[in-house]
Ligand binder design. Structure first.
Ligand SMILES: NC(=O)C1=CN([C@@H]2O[C@H](COP(=O)(O)OP(=O)(O)OC[C@H]3O[C@@H](n4cnc5c(N)ncnc54)[C@H](OP(=O)(O)O)[C@@H]3O)[C@@H](O)[C@H]2O)[C@H](O)CC1
Ligand SMILES: [K+]
Length: 528
């Protein structure tokens, strides 16, 4: 799914208006009706008080359309205009006049006003700011946002939780609406998936706001949300007359005394993801362990008992996973330096190999073409330096990826694969996977996918997806706390099989039973 920038959304709105010869208010009406339908399907006439907070722009305008539709269908609606600026957009004004036909005028809230009474059982609609927020809000608006959050009432945000910027983190972390459900226009926004901004929302759903589909499909977006639909075209099925040679020989280089398990996890994950052959390059102390725990893996040992001191082998690996459990012993650093100077095979560089690169940045130039780096945020900071916020982190990572021509996988709740100017946001995985060895498993899977012939960007997107999906399937019957890295390995096969499961038919929302009588404007009385 394409994730559009604010400018692209505005462009889509203008294109839709020009191309379909409609007014922006007709577009806003259409969007407002989609939002109304979402409520109506779920509320079916329930008289729960609904408090709609409308900004003075088009986010607010959409809120007023919703308010009028709800009033028309007999809902218990209170609308407020959050008067944070004396400007008014044209479409706001049109809908402000139209809702006044109901004699229930929106209450104007300005600084110093008493905030409306609300109960925790009420419903709040946040239509204060959408993607147009472009500067810090004044204190009284911040207080209103904090007041809304403190109400604990179920809060639905239109388009984005108010207080979130499209391209940087909020200055005041308290002054953002905590949204239970965000109804966003056409597609989710980048802020929904970043650690600093995704925390303000629980669920989101993209509604069709009527933007021109042809235009939306035609534009290249920098960011893409990756789910099963995007993965299916990337997966290459196996031919019938296959033999292990065509699925490549993977090499996993890592381990040190007491950390051999990392290599076992990576090697088994590499096999499970489908590599043809696998060799583990480890210090001598791991020989018996590996040969016993993973008979499918071949082993080459370093001459040293406890650490990797010289990386030398007589095989031709198609891909090499390096760094897991490696340690940063001086001899290991020396070995990695020498290895990088001569190696040509694509690498998956993880854990201590990343930390060694971070301390010896000149080595980055010798990283082979088509390599993937898999830092968690701390390791990333050692590589690219400090960032001001998650958006800046992505800018710096893109620059790093371009400078060294490497794929960078930023691990996190929504793992992001970055290559040059493209960002692929993963949508599988769960908090149970923040467990020892989960990264080792991913390294093994990425290595095994490159060995099978996937290019490094595809291997990264597919590997991250399968890793998360395996973790999601493993979760059933385990729960977050009990999930361990080996469970992820065991469910890699299920993640592949899940690719071909028919997605459950989305439950058709039942049409509301009795259509509450449409009341004429004059019938709705202003609440005493
Ligand atoms: N037909 C359509 O246009 C549709 C629009 N949709 C919804 O519209 C919003 C985007 O609307 P927009 O009016 O561009 O912006 P917002 O409503 O998000 O913000 C209101 C304006 O407020 C000003 N602003 C921004 N930050 C502040 C601040 N901190 N303090 C005061 N004022 C602020 C800014 O205008 P300026 O000229 O003052 O800069 C904003 O424009 C979108 O999110 C959708 O919800 C629908 O998609 C339907 C179709
Ligand atoms: K909003």
């Amino acid at each position: 799914m394409k994730i559009y920038s604010a400018d692209q959304i505005y462009q889509a709105i203008n294109t839709t208006i020009e191309k379909n010869k409609i007014s922006s208010n007709e577009l806003m009406e259409f969007a407002g009706i989609q939002i109304f339908n979402w409520f109506h399907t779920r509320m079916q006439g329930a008289q729960v008080p609904i408090h709609i907070y409308c900004g003075i722009g088009n986010n607010g305008g959409s809120g007023l359309v919703l308010g009028r539709q709800l009033l028309q269908h007999g809902y218990n609606v209170h609308t407020y205009v959050v008067n944070f600026s004396d400007k008014r957009t044209k479409d706001f004004l049109i809908n402000y006049d139209r809702i006044k036909e109901f004699k229930v005028w929106p209450r104007l809230l300005s600084s110093g006003e008493e905030f409306p009474e609300m109960n925790k059982e009420d419903i709040i609609v946040d239509a204060i700011f959408g993607i147009g927020l472009n500067r810090e809000t004044s204190d009284w608006v911040k207080n209103l946002i904090k007041y809304i959050n403190a109400s604990d009432a179920y809060t639905v945000s239109i388009d984005v939780p108010s207080g979130l910027y499209p391209n940087h983190a909020p200055e005041d972390k308290e002054a953002v609406i905590e949204s239970n459900f965000t109804l966003t226009g056409q597609a989710p926004k980048l802020s929904f998936f970043l650690p600093e901004t995704g925390i303000y929302m629980q669920q989101w759903e993209a509604l069709n706001f009527g933007f021109d589909q042809e235009y939306l499909q035609s534009i290249e977006t920098e960011v893409e949300l990756i789910d099963k639909l995007e993965i299916l075209p990337l997966y290459v099925p196996r031919e019938k007359y296959a033999h292990k040679g065509i699925y490549g020989h993977s090499l996993i280089v890592g381990g040190s005394y007491g950390k051999i398990g990392a290599v076992t996890l990576a090697s088994s994950a590499c096999l499970r993801v489908g590599t043809g052959l696998i060799t583990a390059y480890i210090p001598k102390c791991g020989y018996i362990i590996l040969q016993t725990s993973l008979p499918e893996a071949m082993v080459i040992c370093d001459e040293d008992e406890k650490n990797i001191t010289k990386i030398q082998y007589d095989i031709e690996p198609k891909a090499i996973g390096i760094g897991i459990g490696l340690g940063t012993d001086a001899a290991t650093v020396k070995a990695l330096k020498a290895f990088l100077k001569t190696n040509k095979a694509p690498l998956v560089i993880d854990a201590d190999a990343l930390n060694i690169l971070a301390v010896n940045k000149t080595l980055l130039k010798s990283v082979s073409k088509g390599s993937i780096l898999t830092p968690h945020p701390k390791e990333l900071e050692r590589l690219i330096g400090k960032w001001t916020d998650d958006f800046d982190k992505l800018e710096k990572t893109k620059a790093f990826s371009k400078k060294y021509n490497v794929v960078v996988i930023i691990k996190g709740a929504h793992t992001i694969t970055c290559y040059a100017d493209k960002l692929y946001i993963n949508n599988t995985g769960n908090p149970g996977m923040a467990t020892a060895g989960s990264g080792d498993v991913l390294t093994g899977m990425l290595t095994g996918l490159i060995s099978q012939g996937y290019d490094s960007v595809t291997a990264a997107i597919l590997g991250v997806y399968l890793h998360g999906k395996a973790g999601d399937i493993a979760l059933t019957g385990l729960g977050y706390q009990a999930l361990i890295a080996s469970d992820i390995v065991e469910h890699i096969g299920d993640a592949y099989l899940d690719l071909f499961k028919k997605p459950e038919e989305p439950k058709e929302a039942e049409a509301p039973k009795e259509e509450p009588k449409k009341r004429k404007a004059t019938q709705v009385r202003r609440k005493r």
